[in-house]
Design a protein around this ligand. Sequence first.
Ligand SMILES: [Zn+2]
Ligand SMILES: [Zn+2]
Length: 367
Amino acid sequence: MRDLYEVLGCDRQASAADLKKAYYKLAKQYHPDHNPNDKDAEDKFKEASSAYQVLSDDDQRARYDRFGFDGLRGSPSAGGAGFSNVEDIFSAFGDLFGDFFGGRSSGGRRQARGADLRVDLGLAFAEAVWGTTKEVKVSRDITCGKCSGSGAAPGSKVESCGTCKGKGQVVHAQGFFMVQTTCPHCRGTGKVIREACDECRGKGTRAEQSTLQVSVPAGVDDGQTLRLAGKGETAPGGAAGHLYVVLHVQGDERFKRDNEDVLTEVGVSFVKAALGGEVEIFTLDENCTGSATIKLEPGTQPGDVLVRRGQGIPRVGESGRGDHVVQFKVDIPKKLSTRQEELLRELATELGEDVKEKRGLFGRKKG
Ligand SMILES: [Zn+2]
Ligand SMILES: [Zn+2]
């Protein structure tokens, strides 16, 4: 057992402010948030916290100064507790840590928020583009209606836990040190229910299978998550968790999505690509069943695009839409009628193209 002053790196004349400063420095250095999964740092954090707990108490400090560790023995009510559990340190020095580190995000014995839940939701392509309202089924713990979350039978009392006197923590001797742990009787709540609510058996919550309406905004994409604040598990005395809805959006071969833009590939014959004309395409309008006629410029090349500005996917939570990009694919006929072939050969002659001669049976050259 190291000398408590040595642990904090202070001499025996150190003022309360000096001790606080010394502890602050060590606590910051070995704080579990800064040293995740570091057993050595955790031990140092506990050691410093235990030392500071004794030396920050005038009475205990005086007894330690006179009698050493013997002076601390067997006086649990007076404190002098060593810490076996990091969370107990945050409980004991909650205010101090609030000062030091601006609070701690997790742990400690503050009001626990209910657990977050996750559900999956499948959407058709058009539903994701234009938004929809869907139902999801979730199984979650909600506040018990009968006892309003207290866990006590209506009319019965919730009493302060006698074992820990409502503190939620108990102190017992372990070697020289007094060790502070979560009260086993009330499991740290500090309260004891005399007669448990029969609806929830004292838990204060009950599992409920519920159907929730999820409003899906226009423009969501596959893999995105919607957060329904406060729709997760409830926690007695704490805020409810959140419900995360993970979206799975079906693809649509007519519209390839790239964030807020969509790409439509449209096949045009090589003749039309050369001469120009009009092409009918699918659009996102009318719940993705709309159509539009677009102009094809003479001399359109394979891969050329026509951008329909503002005709793409709506931006989630904003006004405006992405673009609808139409890309032309030029189709070359695989088979030609005799007449078509004649015309093409004529064209080839006109263009001065050296084309393969017409083949007869078995691929031999004709006559
Ligand atoms: Zn209940
Ligand atoms: Zn208790």
